[in-house]
Structures are given as structure tokens and as C-alpha cells.
Ligand binder design. Structure first.
Ligand code: 0A1
Ligand code: ZN
Length: 860
């Protein structure tokens, strides 16, 4: 999409669309280079916009063959067409309802942006969120225009699918009817030579729903886990939210070329195949967990997104924050609550905190954008979910349940706003959420400092916690008034007993004190339990106190957090002072490793060292410019020190957890594998890859196979294993993505750019496939020291590819450009190198609106 002068769109300019749509009828004559789309749309004036209005329909890259109103061709002088759409002057429109009919031609095969109707491996598929429907036909492509759709597909392909319920089919055609009014972004069509895994689900009111997962013929044996996840999601949404499915069929289709993870089109979810296809041999435990979570996410959208949608794209977190929150609850119920919480916080810090502390910071509900596709961000999704978690903490579980019931009752069938959402909480609980709203409108991560005071007394002492919140300025928002922050706190006795169980303190001021009276002795405070708010807690705790919490905290999240804080303190001192790893940390880690009573998945998380990017962020926040090479070296040194000190217990853990019996993807078995490969990764630093080489030969599942391969790459003895892996999996695109990714992520930093360059020239590097492009480029960006190599080689290589990708698929190029968002952290030389690359990109003629917005914002 080329655009000379991209426009900024503002929330404050919102106006309802002047027309309503009673129904939409579409007929598709499919052909790879010339698909015909015939539309019949019944318009009527919208009483919310009185007066006479022109009819504006979005439309991009459409060849218009005919346009009629009430059966009569629209006169050329009554109609204006631009790159963005078509306008029929009000004078040419009847006073009341009218029928619009148009015939357009589109080119699915030439559609490399994968937005609208496109082809993937011989099949037709669609992606309409956010604004892709306008590439299919002329239409008011905005989420507040909702209508029931009827679709007829004409094609010789055997499987023809669209939204809603099947009506009828014959040789070369099929008809679908979706009775639920929906915005155009939820439209979907699929046509191809597909096979299905069928199943069914009977809802609690007795409706039998046919379920199908549609894939390419060779992939049918890898769909069972996705189907099982779907059935569990349907049941869970009934049990926990009282939400039933509302059509006769639910179809899922897996496609290989897909810009994002998956899409919640009504009754016809379309998935990136990597989030459907799994077998023990081809998918890691992380893949299984993601599949389960994303299947649930898309299914849950049926109520939070589809039945109740967003009024405009500024409200995106209304559906995404809530649906992520729901899928997190689901995973937590299916697996381990504490482990899921730790994983979610790790992701939040790695992606959202990083975003919030840099040039791309924006609120969960932004108030302006240039390209909406650039706002499918960690802030909208993950922070959007955290904000709901806080709401729930503040109003309690019952208040939350009442508010959600009211939300579904009040807004079903509507396109709603964040204000509507907060109002149901106010009405259901009587709470004033004026201050809470700032979490939606203000960007930035609050920093919470805490001071402790102990005053002994005759009838028991008083322990006082004084909190101060400060949110640093973000682009366009200098002043940050205090927010309401729920701080969950528990107090422990020096002997480890809990004297005050978890209590939620509600902080509303910039500085605020909370006192706990009548205590026998000075307690140890466990603060921000369960990560009760998305803030950075700054606490000058002693290593001994952290070690105490790591050993005794009854809150599993804070137990893990204490260990992580210890590890981070150690690493920061290793980088800045050449210090040796602290004894407090090493002995605490040793106890944890030996504690057989602890969940292996939890122990695995405790063994995982903070990432290099995380350390760079921490150093930058402390006002130091992070040196990627030193950070890498310190992290390696610490891993080696841990391995050397605990070689015996690590080796024993590794051996004891060898997979016995048949593979199961469940959380317990996955947790054991996670601990086993965490031990392996540490031991790899001192055994020269011996264990990894043996495991690579024997592994019967991808978790161990990929972990062993990663270790061999790090030990610089992977050549035979890489060749064997490639030979074995060359027909499986998803596994070959891993082959690309592992080689770049685990390359020695000084060789990362060179490895990426070599792989980009490999015949299997199909850069038109988003997964493959992400494997290579995302992998390079994830190799922190490699990406930031002082030579600038990786920056240059990366920028070259962003430009190449942009010409083909702007969304992918724009998303990948976030690798540069942290550039201001680094030293002057590196900053100059990145700035030069970003300027080079920005100056390229014909840059997409997507990438031009991103480079502009990153440069600041
Ligand atoms: N709504 C989907 C994500 C999605 C968003 C945009 C897309 O194309 C630009 C595709 C998918 C979800 O939350 O899963
Ligand atoms: Zn979503």
C-alpha cells in the first residue's frame, strides 16, 4: 500500500456512519488472477446521523465493473473513486432505504500483503482484520457497521467455506448464511483442496455443534491436540463465563502463509498452521501450550469481540485485552496457575515493558494512529489483559462476575467502547472508576518505590510501608497523574510463618503509607504478590532478604520473583563491577534445585537466567549505557558458574527426568521436560556438548530435539546434527522454521549476522512466507549481542531485509522493525549506526504507510 502523505486518524473525530445495513449478499466467482465479487447491500439512513449524507464506501485495489442503486447504474458524475474508496453524492441517493449492487474484480494471486483475499499454497483464504475487507469489495469497512451476511462461492475446488451456517451446496458452488450481525473485519472465505478432522460438541442447552479442523491432506495426523483444545475451550466458556456457542458449525482452517497467529472470523477461524499442527515429534511443549491458548483465545472471541465488538479501532483492547485475560485464565485452569502467571509476567516485561519504556509507548486505548495494523501490540493485548486483572482484584471475584454478566446482557449485538466497559463495572459494583480509567488512556509503566518502617511497641509493633509512584513521560504525554494501583502484600515472620495473609492495598495517591499493627516482631514483606499490578517495583532489599523470600514466601509468584531479583542483582554487578556471583544467590539456587517437593516447571523457571535484553533494559533504566558484549559474557559466566557449582545435582536431575513411557503433552510431563532441558543447557557450558550430542541421537520429541540442537550450536559442534535435522524434516515447513531460527538465535554473537546472511541465501529461505521471514529476522533480533554487534553488520542486514519485505508485505516489515525500538539505550556509536539504517529506510521512495509510521516513531 503506497501512500504519499499518510493521514493521522483521531479518536476525537469519531462519528457514527450515516447509514445502517440491513443485509449483505456476496457472490464470489473465484479465479486466481481475476476473482469476481458481486455485492448486494441493503442500506438505510442511520437515525444517529440525521440529515442527508454522501455514501462513502472503502475500497482499495478493486477493479469496478458495475455499480447500481435500486437496479439503476450509478451515473459516472455522481460517483468519485480514489485510492481509498468510492463516494456517491447524496443527491444521487434515494431518501430512504436503497439497494447498492456492485461487481468488482480482484487479484488474489497478486496479493502478497496477505490482507483481503489471497492465495496460500493453492488455497484461497482471507484476512480482513483490521481493514482488509476493503480489498474485497466496496463497503463501509469499519467495526461499528454490523450486518448479517449471505455468501455464495463459485469454484471447482472441493471445499468452499464461509461464516455462519451452511445453506446448500452443489457441484462448483456453496452457500453460507451468517445470521449474527457482524462487522466486515470478521468476514472470512476459504476455498481449497482440504481435508478435515471432524468432531462435535453439545452445548449445555443441548445444541449439537459440528466441529471441523481443515488442513492440507498431509497434515491431518497433527490436528488432534487442537481439536481437544477447542472442545475444552467451549466447555470452559460455558462453565466459567456462562457463554454458549451460537451456530450449528464451528470451522477452523490452518494456512501456511499468515501474518499473525490466528483470526476469530465468525464461525470460521483461520489459523497460522503453526498454531494448529502438532505432534510430539514436530512440536515443542511450548508449541503445544501456545496452540491450546490460541485456540481458546480465538474461540473466546466469539463472545468478546464478535457478539460484542469494538465501536472503532481505538477500542481494540476492549476485545483483545479481555480475550487475552480470558485465555490466560483458561490456561491457568488447564495447567498450573503459578507457572502461567510467571510466564505471562515474563512475556509482559520482555515485550510490553520494553515497548512502554521506548519511543513506541502508547496507552492500551490510543487516541490516534496512522496505520491501525501497527497497534496490534503488547500494550493493547498484554497490558490490556493486566488492566482487567487489576479491575478484578479491585472489585473482587463476585463483582467481576456481576460486571461481566451485565456486559454481555447490556451490549450483546453492539459495538462498544472502553467507557461502556468501565460503566458496567461501576453499575454492577457501585465503584467509581474515574481514576482507574487512566490505565486505559495513559501510556508508561509506573515505577513504585517502597520504604519500610518498624516501630516496636508494648502491645505489638507497627510495620509501615510507604509507596511512591512515578510514571516517566512517554511520547506525547509528559504529565502522568497518579493511578490507582492494587498492591497485594503479605507479611512473613522471621521463622517463615505468614503473619498477615495476602491483603490488597489500594494506592491512589502519589505517595501513600499503609500500617500493619500489633505485630510480635519485625516481619519480612512480600510485596506485589501475584504481580498484582503492571508496575516496576523498586525495592532496595538485601540479598539475604531475597534469599529468605525465595525459600519461604507462600506466594509462588513472589518466590520466583525473589530468585529473579537475586539473579539480576548478581548479573548487574558482574557487568558493572566485574563481581563474582554472590553466595546468597548460588546457595539459594542450590536449595531450590534440590527441593523435590517443588513443581519441576517452577524449578525450571527459577533456573532460567534473566535475558540479555532484560539486563540491557535494567542497566539503561539505571542510567548506564548497556554493553551487549559484557552482558553476554556475564550471563555466560554466571551460567558456567552455576553449572560448575551444581554439576552433580544438575546431572542427576537431567538423568532422573529422562522421558519414560509414551509422550504426553500435559503440563506435568512438559514441566519435567522443561526442567530437564534447563539442566542440560547449564551443563552444556561445561561438558562441551557431550550430553546434547547423545540426546540429539535419542530424542523422540521436538522439545528435547530442539533443545539438544540449540546446545550443539552453542558448543560449536552442530554441523552433522544440523544436516541430519534438515534431511529428516525438509518436507515440514514448521520444523524447518525452527531449523532456521535456532541457528541464528544461538549463533555466537560475532557470527550472527554472517550466519543470517548465509541462511538468507539458502534455497529454503522463502521470504514470502511470514513464518520463515520471522524465523530468520526475529531470530537475529533475539540474539541480543549478535544483533547489536559493534560492527553494525546485523543492523545493516536487518534493514536491507525490512526494505525488501516492505515492498511485498508491509505488515510483516513494520512488525519486525520493532527490533530497533530500543536503540536509544545504547552507546553513541551504536546509536549512530541504527539511526543511519532507520534514516535510510525512511528515505526510501514508495515506503508503505506501515513501515513509514514505525520508522518515524522509532526515530522520534
Ligand atoms: N484478532 C486476532 C489477531 C489478528 C489481528 C490482525 C490480523 O491481521 C492484521 C490478524 C489477526 C487475534 O487477536 O487473534
Ligand atoms: Zn484476539
Amino acid at each position: 500500500m503506497k501512500d504519499a502523505s499518510p493521514q493521522t486518524i483521531y479518536l476525537s473525530d469519531y462519528q457514527p456512519y450515516p447509514f445502517r445495513i440491513a443485509r449483505v449478499d456476496l457472490t464470489f466467482g473465484l479465479a486466481p488472477r481475476a476473482t469476481r465479487v458481486h455485492s448486494r447491500i441493503e442500506f438505510a439512513p442511520n437515525p444517529a446521523r440525521p440529515g442527508r449524507h454522501d455514501l462513502f464506501l472503502h475500497g482499495e485495489k478493486l477493479r469496478l465493473h458495475s455499480a447500481r442503486i435500486d437496479g439503476k447504474p450509478v451515473a459516472a458524475e455522481a460517483m468519485a473513486i480514489t485510492d481509498e474508496g468510492l463516494t456517491v453524492t447524496a443527491r444521487a441517493l434515494p431518501d430512504g432505504p436503497f439497494l447498492w449492487e456492485a461487481e468488482v474484480e480482484i487479484d488474489p494471486e497478486g496479493n502478497t500483503a496477505l490482507e483481503g483475499l489471497y492465495m496460500s499454497g493453492g488455497m484461497y483464504c482471507t484476512q480482513c482484520e483490521a481493514e482488509g475487507f476493503r480489498k474485497i469489495t466496496y463497503y463501509p469497512d469499519r467495526p461499528d457497521v454490523m450486518a448479517p451476511f449471505k455468501v455464495r462461492i463459485e469454484s471447482d475446488l472441493p471445499v468452499l467455506l464461509s461464516n455462519g451456517n451452511p445453506v446448500a451446496k452443489g457441484a462448483g458452488w456453496a452457500e453460507w448464511n451468517d445470521p449474527w450481525p457482524k462487522p466486515a473485519y470478521l468476514f472470512a472465505l476459504v476455498a481449497g483442496n482440504l481435508v478435515n478432522l471432524p468432531d462435535s460438541f453439545t452445548t449445555r442447552s443441548g445444541r449439537k455443534v459440528d466441529l471441523n479442523i481443515w488442513v492440507r491432506p498431509g497434515d491431518l495426523d497433527r490436528c488432534a491436540f487442537a481439536m481437544d483444545s477447542l472442545i475444552r475451550s467451549m466447555k470452559w466458556d460455558e462453565d466459567v463465563y456462562g457463554r454458549e456457542y451460537d451456530l450449528d458449525v464451528f470451522n477452523i482452517v490452518a494456512v501456511d502463509d499468515f501474518n499473525m497467529g490466528a483470526m476469530e472470523n465468525k464461525g470460521l477461524n483461520i489459523f497460522n498452521s503453526k498454531l494448529v499442527l502438532a505432534s510430539p515429534e514436530t512440536a515443542t511443549d511450548l508449541d503445544f501450550e501456545r496452540i491450546e491458548g490460541v485456540i481458546a483465545h480465538e474461540y473466546f472471541h466469539n463472545w468478546t469481540g464478535n457478539r460484542i465488538t469494538c465501536r472503532d479501532w481505538f477500542q481494540l483492547c476492549l476485545k483483545e485485552g479481555l480475550t487475552v485475560f480470558r485465555d490466560q485464565q483458561f490456561t491457568s485452569d488447564m495447567r498450573s496457575g503459578p507457572v502461567k502467571r510467571i510466564e505471562d509476567v515474563l512475556t509482559l516485561r520482555a515485550r510490553q515493558f520494553r515497548e512502554d519504556m521506548g519511543p513506541l509507548a502508547h496507552p492500551p486505548r490510543p487516541d490516534h494512529f496512522v496505520e491501525i495494523n501497527n497497534f496490534y501490540t503488547a500494550t493493547v493485548y498484554e497490558k490490556g489483559a493486566e488492566v482487567i486483572g487489576m479491575l478484578k482484584r479491585l472489585v473482587g471475584d463476585d463483582g467481576y462476575a456481576r460486571a461481566l454478566d451485565l456486559y454481555f446482557e447490556r451490549h450483546d449485538g453492539e459495538a462498544a467502547t472502553i467507557e461502556d466497559w468501565l460503566k458496567v463495572f461501576e453499575d454492577a459494583t457501585g465503584r467509581d472508576l474515574t481514576q482507574f480509567r487512566r490505565w486505559y488512556t495513559d501510556a508508561g509503566t509506573p515505577r513504585l518505590t517502597v520504604a519500610e518502617d518498624w516501630a516496636p511497641g508494648a502491645g505489638g509493633g507497627t510495620f509501615t510501608l510507604t509507596f511512591t509512584q512515578v510514571t516517566p513521560p512517554t511520547p506525547g504525554q509528559d504529565i502522568k497523574p497518579p493511578r490507582v494501583i492494587p498492591v497485594a502484600v503479605g507479611l512473613l515472620n522471621p521463622n517463615g510463618d505468614e503473619v498477615v495473609p495476602t491483603t490488597v492495598l489500594e494506592m491512589t495517591e502519589a505517595t501513600q503509607s499503609f500500617a500493619f499493627e500489633g505485630l510480635a516482631s519485625r516481619p519480612v514483606a512480600s510485596i506485589l504478590r501475584g504481580f498484582s499490578a503492571p508496575v516496576v517495583l523498586e525495592r532496595a532489599a538485601l540479598a539475604a532478604e531475597r534469599a529468605f523470600l525465595l525459600a519461604h514466601d507462600t506466594d509462588p509468584f513472589n518466590r520466583w520473583e525473589a530468585g529473579r531479583a537475586l539473579a539480576k542483582d548478581v548479573l548487574v554487578r558482574m557487568v558493572t563491577e566485574d563481581a563474582a556471583p554472590s553466595e546468597d544467590y548460588l546457595s539459594a539456587l542450590g536449595r531450590l534445585l534440590a527441593d523435590e517437593a517443588l513443581d519441576p516447571a517452577f524449578r525450571a523457571l527459577c533456573l532460567r537466567l534473566p535475558s540479555e535484553d532484560d539486563l540491557a533494559q535494567t542497566l539503561a533504566e539505571a542510567g548506564r549505557s548497556p554493553d551487549p558484549d559484557r552482558i553476554h559474557a556475564a550471563r555466560e559466566d554466571l551460567a558456567r558458574a552455576i553449572a560448575t557449582r551444581f554439576e552433580g545435582p544438575l546431572a542427576q536431575t537431567y538423568e532422573a527426568l529422562a522421558d519414560a513411557g509414551p509422550f504426553s503433552p500435559d503440563a506435568a510431563a512438559a514441566g519435567r521436560r522443561a526442567l530437564r532441558v534447563a539442566a542440560l543447557a547449564l551443563l552444556n557450558r561445561i561438558d562441551g556438548g557431550a550430553r546434547a550430542a547423545a540426546l540429539f541421537e535419542r530424542a523422540t520429541n521436538m522439545t528435547e530435539s530442539a533443545a539438544a540442537l540449540a546446545c550443539l550450536i552453542e558448543a560449536d559442534r552442530a554441523e552433522p546434527a544440523l544436516a541430519a535435522f534438515h534431511a529428516r524434516w525438509k518436507e515440514n515447513r514448521l520444523v524447518i522454521d525452527k531449523w532456521f531460527m535456532l541457528q541464528v538465535v544461538h549463533a555466537a554473537p560475532e557470527r550472527a549476522a554472517e550466519v543470517a546472511e548465509r541462511l538468507a541465501a539458502h534455497p529454503d529461505f522463502d521470504w514470502k512466507n511470514p513464518n520463515r521471514a520471522r524465523a530468520l529476522l526475529g531470530g537475529l533480533a533475539a540474539n541480543h549481542a549478535g544483533f547489536h554487534a559493534a560492527s553494525g553488520a546485523a543492523y545493516r542486514f536487518y534493514a536491507d531485509w525490512l526494505l525488501r519485505l516492505d515492498a511485498l508485505n508491509p505488515q510483516i516489515a513494520a512488525r519486525l522493525s520493532t527490533a530497533f525500538e530500543t536503540w536509544a539505550r545504547y552507546d553513541a556509536d551504536r546509536r549512530a549506526l541504527v539511526a543511519a539504517e532507520l534514516e535510510r529506510i525512511r528515505a526510501t521512495p514508495g515506503l508503505s504507510r506501515d513501515l513509514s509510521e514505525m520508522t518515524g516513531r522509532i526515530l522520534g
